[in-house]
Design a binder for this molecule. Sequence first.
Ligand code: G3H
Ligand code: 13P
Ligand code: ZN
Ligand code: NA
Length: 283
Amino acid sequence: MLVTGKEILEDAHKNGYAVGAFNINNMEIIQAIIEAAEETKSPVILQASQGGLKYAGIEYIEALAKVAAHKAKVPVAIHLDHGTDFDQVIKCIRHGFSSVMVDGSKHPIEENIAITKLVVDIAHSVDVSVEGELGKIGGVEDHIVVDEREATFTDPDEAVRFVKETGVDSLAIAVGTAHGVYKGEPKLDFDRIKIIKEKTNMPLVLHGSSGVPYESLEKAVSLGINKINIDTDIRAAFAQAVKDFLKENPDNIDPRKILGPARMSMKEVVMEKMKVFGSVGRA
Ligand code: G3H
Ligand code: 13P
Ligand code: ZN
Ligand code: NA
């Protein structure tokens, strides 16, 4: 069933677990995520990035995700990931997304608050949830010297102000994760998660979570993370399965034979994550 992001994340916040938010770009990925959610009785968030919407087309993403959500026996939210363009955020709301992220993190806090609040006022009037971002969650390719690393992290007092002035339903925080494949092992600022949770007492979001060791994710969840974004690990499973299949079957040209094992492999990755996040059996 299709539900709002708020509905899913409020329960996770209240009961101390996290829900996986997995990036969707095509039918096989969506099916893999939904099958994993149903098999583990886990609520789940399907999220499309601006790149994903451009690749598939918003109408296809909308149609595929809605069929998946309506058919599913578990709660499913359809969410825009990293909305940096106001018009696109509004377009997603019109297309029936039940949640949107406003990513104003590249702007100074005043501007970030203004952009985010504008979306919150519109989205809440039609019962759509909003995730904001404070601090900078970069990519692994964004070279930041160690001393400057903490300057990109979310400031707990600014987080309190941001949440109060914008009215967001959840907050993405920068605490040491990065998008993409890590070169070394990511070091999370656990104290910061704990302090932000105590000060804001609301659902918190961890981006860039592919490649983060499971003990770190479990600890982050125990300290207050309630939404965990995963994209790269699904991509890796997809690509590996396609490569393996074609290596063994170089003459096979049937897309169903090529993508079937990839779908299975992505489903296994998603199920494994759901167990770590603690969302299993919560649906
Ligand atoms: O946050 C980034 C997500 O992994 C989406 O990546 O913009 O290449 O679709 P993308
Ligand atoms: P990863 O690709 O590192 O899993 O990050 C995903 C993400 O944060 C999407 O918003
Ligand atoms: Zn992200
Ligand atoms: Na990552």
